[in-house]
Design a protein around this ligand. Structure first.
Ligand code: AMP
Length: 115
């Protein structure tokens, strides 16, 4: 099942793209939760973290390299940032095309709300 991210990859709908190569696309989140909030996605349609296979290793390894490059470009590498991949209902996943959130530009606090 394709998602809205496939339409962004195909340039059928607009996005504020900050990075693109043969395997990866990165664009600003439409509802940012921090001064820097960028989504980094493999171009191949992988629905969730559960659907990752060995053939995705190159793209998913590159996600981290691209995240580091974007963090440097955004000027937040030294102050720090958070990388998040949500999976399925309990993970809070809304778009079923695997993506990494890059969040930074302010102190993000603890990773999860304390219960
Ligand atoms: P997740 O909850 O991990 O699936 O995150 C999905 C993210 O996609 C949310 O942070 C949304 O704000 C973001 N999002 C949804 N549609 C778009 C869009 N058209 N352009 C940019 N970001 C989007």
């Amino acid at each position: 099942m394709s998602t809205i991210f496939s339409k962004i990859i195909a340039k059928e709908i607009p996005a504020d793209i900050v990075y693109e190569d043969d395997l990866i696309l990165a664009f600003r989140d439409i509802a940012p939760q921090a001064p820097t909030h960028i989504l980094i996605i493999p171009k191949r349609e992988i629905a969730t973290a559960n659907d990752v296979t060995a053939e995705d290793e190159a793209a998913l390894g590159r996600l981290f390299a691209v995240a580091a490059k974007i963090a440097a470009d955004e000027g937040i590498a030294e102050s720090g940032y958070r990388l998040i991949v949500n999976c399925n209902e309990h993970g809070g996943q809304e778009v079923f095309h695997l993506h990494m959130h890059l969040l930074g530009g302010r102190s993000l606090g603890p990773m999860l709300a304390r219960k």
